[in-house]
Design a protein. Structure first.
Length: 195
């Protein structure tokens, strides 16, 4: 019986499966980042449907992999971050929707670019103990002229005990750190103060 159980466990560990995780961080933690007064302009952000559907696969533990939809997962964090600095934030279904842009009095449109990676220091469980994200945010005005662009990195770590409670924890921590850093960069810039 022990041999059968050991064989089953070996197959599971060596199967190379892809397990679903999420990058979505705690929005409450993002809201706790200290920032100054809002900038009194309306902004939009655009994430294409193709990006929202795009699935990425990176290494997990035990020879397994993890998969996730980074652009879909970070949308709420992006909205929350922008809401901390601007009067109103709108999701756009196109960069060129002049009617919505004019009706909502949107002055700037934000887009993102994301690169991720993961790994694990524990070969016995599949969730990644380490996760990293490089996040680039760019803002253009209504004439599509670049106003601002920044890139930040976030890293997240979770030990095996924590991961058994939340398989996505290292990814969520990395994303939270990246958006917190980006919010601080927004706080530092004066590019949006000249309306």
């Amino acid at each position: 019986m022990k041999i059968i159980i050991s064989t089953i466990l070996a197959i599971i560990f060596m199967s190379g499966c892809s397990h679903k995780i999420s990058l979505s961080p705690s929005l409450n933690e993002l809201r706790e980042v200290k920032v100054g007064n809002n900038i009194d302009v309306n902004v939009g952000y655009y994430i294409s449907n193709e990006d929202k559907k795009a699935e990425v696969t990176t290494p997990g533990g035990g020879g397994d992999k993890v998969k996730y939809t980074p652009y879909k997962d970070i949308e709420a964090a992006l909205n929350t971050m922008l809401s901390r600095k601007f009067s109103r934030v709108y999701s756009l279904n196109s960069m060129n929707n002049k009617n919505i842009i004019e009706t909502k009095n949107i002055k700037y449109i934000f887009t993102t670019n994301i690169h991720t990676n993961s790994s694990s220091s524990n070969i016995l469980i599949w969730p990644p103990t380490d996760f990293s994200i490089d996040l680039t945010c760019k803002a253009v005005n209504t004439n599509n002229q670049k106003i601002w662009e920044e890139t930040v990195s976030g890293k997240g770590y979770a030990n095996s005990g924590e991961l058994m409670e939340n398989f996505s924890l290292s990814a969520k921590r990395a994303t939270k750190e990246a958006f917190s850093k980006m919010l601080i960069q927004l706080e530092k810039t004066n590019k949006f103060n000249n309306k």
